[in-house]
Design a protein around this ligand. Sequence first.
Ligand code: SF4
Ligand code: SF4
Length: 830
Amino acid sequence: MAPSSGEALNVAPRPVFWEELDFLGLDKLGWTYPHSEAPLLWACDRRYFYKGELVLEVSGGDLFENHSFSHISPQNITLSPIDIESLRVANEDSLFLLEHEAMEFIDTEYRKYKAVEKAKQVNPDIDFQQLAENLSKKQKTQYAVVKEDCDSFDVMPIDEMQAKGKSAVLKSKIDFFVCSFSGGKDSQVILDLVTRVIPEKDLVVIYSDTGYELPPSLELYEEVKEFYHKQYPELRFFTSKNKQPLMYYWDKMGAPSRVLRWCCSIMKSAPLAVLLKELNGGEKQPSAILFDGVRAEESVNRAGRSRIGKNAKHNNIINISPILDWNATETYLYILLKGLPFNKAYRQGFSRVGCVICPYSSKWSENIASKIYPDSINPFIDAIRVSLEDAKTAGVENYIKIGKWKERAGGRTVKCESALTFVEEGVDFKAVIKSPREDVFQWFNILGETKCQSTASETTGVLNYKRNLYKYRISSLGDNSFGVEVYGTNNDVVFISHLKKVLYKSTYCIHCEVCEVECPTGALKVSPYVSIDTTKCVHCLKCIDFDGKGCMSASSVNISTGDNRTKMQSTKSGINRYNDGMGLREAWLKKYFSNHVNFFNDDSHGLNPRYQIPPFINWMREAGILEETNKSISEVGELLRTHFATDSNAVWEIIFINLTENSEVAKWYFSEVPYGKNFTKQELEIMIQKSYPDLKDRTLKNPLNSLLNTFKESPLGDDVPVGVPTTVARKPGIIRKAHNDLSLVATAYSLYRYAEKTGRYSLTVSEFYNPEQKEGIVRQFGIERDAFEQNLRSLEQDNNHVLRSELKMGLDNIILREDLKSEDILKLLL
Ligand code: SF4
Ligand code: SF4
């Protein structure tokens, strides 16, 4: 089936049809092939294979320029269509297993949630969940509701349930089982699988029309409706679409980019949630299971996702991805072998059929779109051109050609009259708003109850935020500008962050509806203007906590005047790689050190291979224990392993030093979180959000949770107190405490790592205690000066003479040996 020329292939093969060959102009270069329904070739990216041999390689091509051929042979090749029947024979067994595993998974999830309804129907007088809760309390062991055979239900201890191989009926009531359809091959497969499992009356299919749709996707949707209605006449199809045209948002927010990707939220997920709310009567956001065609192979971000994502994009929506592990070839095969409707765009050469223009689209797909669908893509290209010209950007055409617009991270090219400036954020809070688009007082309601009185030029009042009363004053400064003052904020980072988000919303709101669908009670309406029903608002703040600025529009216009924050760079391999919330656990490390040779070769470690092994490998690499490129133990790892049994705390100290160098979240923590102060998890979330303003709160919760989990599950929490878990007023938190028992080996290792980084081997004690210092031993461990100097004296007297220190007569010099590396310190002192 797939190419077998021995080429190293990094991408799954895709079928190639005559339409793509015509587009490439091969019919005019002597190639002969029929206009068959079946594909003619297979391609991996832009390398085309016929009967296993590489026959063509295409390069170049973008919005303005044509492609060229890097390899073409032979010029007069004659192609015959791929024999679908032989394909079927060769693949039907493996495909059968794949599709039935996915269907079983869909069925299990459907039944789990559907059972909640059934439990109520079977015996409306028995509240099984309440019964389970009462028994759990009384018996002091966890009980669960379990579905038995013949539609009956039972309540039993979880241990017993697991021993019987049963699973618990979930508590959440689900209002809709939804299949999301986008016109792409993956959503085509998921639609087919889901309709084969879930009764048609229980399912709704939602097509998200983003306003960027490729024409063949719209045509396919009509064909798909007809195709499935013939089989399932009661299956309901709906189209979700934002109330405003796409260009309205381009105008107000600028073109979406890889950093400011507002389009998916505003044009796709929010309209889908709004539609569900309307279908549910319009009052409250319903709960839904959304089956999607997400596949791990598609992107690095998706690779770490699990098959079930609760509240991944919106509260109340559980995303289920049954074909997460399928590769592209498998989805193509499923469609071809089942004879399902197929998006014509794939036949034309698009490898992905998302939107006609996208910050993630390749130059190649832009090339095809510009040639075949110029009327669809050109209005967007023109809009980008106009905004760049208005912003006096140099070299506009080249900027567009190389896709530089896709990297936009700020609002420089967006015209916006409104502006927000933060003036003070300490004892009191002060800000100035110019030309606000919405009523500040309306948005204040989400923070708590407010009372106010107004004169012609100002409004004063009191805000009750979490049972603390804050006086505020909003005064007119003329020229449609307003001063906002809130007194007694006392550096409360959580309150100040919420205040700022409310002001961002008031200043920049363009009624996109993204925050409205986050509201669980139906209190918030944003269209045609913002209103908050104070009788329904429970001040949960879900309408501001979904985004770093609490507002899609503010984030895209990205004005942060006076917002003095440490901005840290985020990369794909950086802070947003921890998409699991799991940390480096002592129990796992012990297992690894006791069986490191075979650890990854068998499953005796007991870790879940899908959810626990990948984050464990990441952490182990960042801890310096595993090699960067494979799963072998590193030289440092071997030294730590042999020493672990005799002094595990010193090993954890070295691990922490390595993490502060290699792990972006640990680096952030050790350089930004001060010592001796208790921080709640919520405060840490706000602090990390400030450091990474371009990333969403949700994205940042994962790395933070992973780090907190490391502190909880390892000696780094208590014995080496770099992150001691605390509870204040029933809120979990963390405090960094001075670690004065730091081992000599960790002291020297940290100094040598610092020297390697700075290129200086003559250091001073004071430089580590400089309040501006963001690196080094004192930031890492908070060690007090006396303890540090004592360690330096001991190291000087050690037989290995790894350093000299001059600590008398007002001197505080540390002289390291330039012939030693940090690894040598471990060899000498461990
Ligand atoms: S999301 Fe929460 S805070 Fe916002 S309006 Fe709804 S109930 Fe109020
Ligand atoms: S406040 Fe809400 S509705 Fe208004 S632009 Fe921001 S996210 Fe959209």
